[in-house]
Write a protein that binds this ligand. Structure first.
Ligand code: EPU
Length: 420
């Protein structure tokens, strides 16, 4: 028996939805907590299965973890031990690789199984490993495990060939205790990186330049505890903005940092979506007249986020004319197009682009969430479709969307779960 999500489309949405803490920040913030020796209290933890997997991993390392209310975690690494990370939980998410940087930085040794996560085409971690080596570590791959060792980590200049989010964060974590200064050039500029650096600085690290493409880390001797509030999830926010653009009469998406969504809001404006952008909210109104097609090119931040192109593609099926989506980050990230086609979408994929011919009326169908954001795209499509859509492999969606059922219900959508 498998649990599926069923959505009856065609119900208009209205009201206010509150966005949770950022998944992609949280999955790095939690491993970052083990770098110090004192407790950290973290507010705004999203209730998603990736966090559950990370808590399992923390407990395996002997870190004490307590829930303090709905969205607050108290993480105390003072009695932790550095053991090989080889349990099944490692392979449930990609972000378990942040323990590489954290454990290498703290102990000079890390042993960890190859991490899992969404399949979006090849996702190498060569830049993380080259960064660790540049800091003075040796990297070996033995029996399905990465083994990292360093007698001493030394600050150095590291140029990233690609401005990778994961490599930037992992190197930053490995470098906090390194002797001297580390400079990461062509660093990724995503808001999540600023959040991790902010946490580390509150713990006592000396990181400057986060949010720019040059990050400077001056090694310190000791890190302690702190309180930290996670930034709002810009991808969850964009997903609800897209649901609103598709189906709302008047809907507000609150607890967001609107500038994080600039590239997405500009595209929505171009296709003809009516909106009001406030200091910490976006309000979307029913659009009058047909929507116009557009061209999307995914880029690192502040460009159009690759994680939003899948749900955006669902909306593009409602634009009159041909829209294009070109992937520059993950050239194979188009599995959602096959699923949308089952619902009546007219899409041709010629990697790295998808051509979406609209407007098409969507109808309910049996579809599969092949990865997290594909799942988000299918939810957006299902809300618009005539009849009932049945979404399979919903564990992908549960990895990244906090309380999807409750949030959708409060907005007037008709969604339920069934065992089939
Ligand atoms: N890359 C390499 N070598 C590396 C690292 C990356 O070639 O060592 C390539 C990747 O294959 C990709 C590009 O560089 O083509 C960018 O990858 P990046 O490292 O920036 O991605 P990531 O850190 O693995 C994070 C998010 C992804 C998001 C990307 C891009 C987390 C946990 N994941 O992944 O989020 O798509 O950045 O913004 O932060 C999602 O939330 O659904 C998701 C997949």
């Amino acid at each position: 028996m498998e649990e599926v999500i069923k959505i009856e489309g065609g119900h208009r949405l209205s009201g206010t939805v509150r966005i949770s803490g950022s998944k992609n920040a949280t999955v790095a913030l939690i491993p970052a907590c083990v770098l110090g020796n004192k407790p950290i209290t973290m507010y705004g933890i999203p209730n998603i299965s990736d966090v559950e997997s990370l808590i399992v991993l923390l407990k395996e390392l002997g870190v004490s973890v307590e829930n303090k209310g709905d969205d607050t975690l108290y993480i105390d690494p003072s009695n932790m031990k550095n053991i090989p990370m080889v349990s099944a939980a490692v392979q449930k998410l990609r972000a378990s690789y942040y323990f590489m940087g954290a454990l290498l930085g703290k102990y000079g040794h890390a042993e960890i199984k190859m991490p899992g996560g969404c399949y979006l085409g090849p996702r190498p971690i060569d830049l993380h490993l080259k960064g660790f080596e540049a800091l003075g570590a040796t990297v070996n791959y033995e029996n399905g495990c990465y083994v990292l060792d360093a007698k001493e980590l030394r600050g150095t200049n590291i140029f990233l060939d690609i401005s990778s989010v994961g490599a930037t964060i992992n190197i930053m974590m490995a470098a906090v205790y390194a002797k001297g200064r580390t400079i990461i050039e062509n660093a990724a500029r995503e808001p999540e990186i600023i959040d991790i650096a902010t946490l580390l600085n509150k713990m006592g690290a000396k990181i400057r330049g986060m949010g720019t493409s040059t990050i400077r880390i001056d090694g310190v001797e000791e890190l302690g505890g702190c309180f930290h509030e996670i930034i709002p999830d810009r991808i969850e926010a964009a997903t609800y903005v897209l649901m609103a653009a598709a189906m709302a009469d008047d809907m507000t998406i609150e607890n967001i940092i609107p500038t994080h969504l600039d590239a997405i809001l500009i595209k929505l404006d171009q296709i003809g979506i009516n909106m009001e952008v406030g200091s910490d909210f976006v309000r979307i109104f029913k659009s009058e007249g047909p929507l116009k097609p557009t061209e999307i090119l995914t880029k690192p931040y502040p460009g159009f986020a690759t994680d939003v192109q899948q749900p955006f593609t669902a909306l593009l099926t409602q634009c009159n004319g041909v829209s294009t989506v070109t992937e520059t980050i993950y050239k194979e990230r188009f599995k959602h197009c096959d699923e949308l086609k089952r619902m009546g979408a007219n899409i041709d994929v010629h990697q790295p682009s998808a051509f979406i011919q609209g407007k098409t009326d969507l109808h309910g169908a049996k579809v599969t969430a092949t990865d997290l954001r594909c799942g988000a795209g299918l939810v957006v499509a299902a809300l618009m479709a005539e009849g009932v859509t049945e979404i399979h492999d919903i564990y992908h969606i549960e990895r990244g969307y906090d309380n999807l059922d409750g949030k959708l219900a409060s907005l007037g959508a008709k969604m339920w779960r069934e065992k089939v």
